[in-house]
Write a protein that binds this ligand. Structure first.
Ligand code: SF4
Length: 328
């Protein structure tokens, strides 16, 4: 088996606040295989975006602080790289796309200027070559009339078109890893499906690995080969997508899946994680023991004091819960 494209080991991230340090990501480890799509799923505030931003050191430090861990890419620990080396790597070897493309695009530059800027920064192309390549990239992300769209400003495009532009920018230097943070959340259902298809096709074409951050189990079912479920800054279950969706072990994962609308809606982007009773605890109100215990129908006395460890339960499957498998 080939070695992972990206390996996160014991990552812990905290934020400094007037009342002390609050841990947002608590000692998580995972890897992304070459050519794989891995989904990091959970409700808002579970730490998934903090994890994604930490990989590229995009969190402002302070208030953020990486407490421990390693992020291994291409044989190097990204957490020990200097700012210049990180800057070279971002957008060239590892790219990221976000939920709201409007906030990532410069409103006063045309689409062509913005894609060309990425190419000029990371390649030896001259301006004319960069503009030509920008047209190719816009065609690859299936933007209609790419030559004409090159001259458009972001506000002249729809949300879906802007996300395509952002994907084109992310792919400009053929990265090995694409991190997609809620890439379809701001889009209507039809456009969501188109963007998901596009990402799948581009992955096949380029062989890149994708880490997709989502709260949407429909997106998980459509895109990912493997899933990591996060809760209160920890990975509480992981496994191959089909097996995990069919037979979840952790009560939280069960609730997430049960909350998906029935009649095959789980397979459609837009099926959201809703209707789980209670809320994700805020960083300053993390419960003792298993952080899910105030919301868990199966909670026992032990759960209130002891946080279960993530343990292997089947080939490629892990879960952190005090319950014996099959007792739910
Ligand atoms: Fe529920 Fe206890 Fe398992 Fe946590 S450890 S998920 S509280 S049964």
């Amino acid at each position: 088996m080939s070695s992972p494209e990206l390996k996160i080991q014991n990552l812990a991230v905290a934020f400094s606040t007037p009342t002390g340090k609050l841990v947002a990501v608590n000692d998580i480890s995972f890897h992304l295989n070459p050519g794989e799509t891995l989904a990091l799923v959970g409700e808002s505030g579970c730490g998934k975006t903090v994890t994604a931003l930490s990989i590229l050191r995009l969190l402002p430090e302070p208030p953020a602080e990486i407490l421990s861990g390693k992020i291994i890419f291409d044989g190097r620990d990204l957490l020990s790289l200097h700012a210049k080396a990180l800057q070279d790597l971002r957008g060239r070897s590892i790219s990221m796309i976000f939920q709201d493309p409007m906030t990532c695009l410069n409103p006063v530059l045309t689409v062509g200027e913005q894609i060309a800027e990425t190419l000029l920064r990371h390649t030896t192309m001259d301006r004319r070559e960069a503009m030509q390549k920008s047209i190719d990239l816009l065609s690859r992300v299936e933007l209609p009339s790419p030559q004409e769209k090159l001259r458009y400003y972001p506000h002249q495009l729809s949300g879906g078109m802007r996300q395509r532009v952002l994907i084109a920018m992310a792919l400009a230097c053929t990265p090995k890893v694409l991190i997609a943070d809620e890439p379809t959340t701001a889009l209507d259902v039809l456009t969501q499906a188109q963007i998901i298809n596009l990402l799948g096709n581009l992955k096949k074409e380029t062989g890149m690995s994708i880490l997709i951050i989502t709260h949407d189990m429909g997106v998980v079912a459509e895109t990912a080969e493997r899933v990591l479920v996060m809760y209160a800054g920890e990975i509480i279950e992981s496994g191959p997508t089909d097996a995990l969706l069919k037979n979840p072990f952790h009560p939280y994962t069960k609730s997430l899946i049960a909350s998906i609308p029935k009649s095959g809606a789980a397979k459609k982007p837009g099926a959201r994680l809703e209707e789980i009773s209670g809320n994700m605890p805020s960083l300053d109100q993390r419960p003792s023991g298993c952080p899910f215990h105030p919301r868990c129908s199966w909670a026992m006395e032990t759960c209130k004091t002891q946080n279960p460890q993530l343990r292997k339960v089947e080939a490629q499957r892990q879960v952190s819960c005090h319950l014996e498998l099959g007792s739910l």
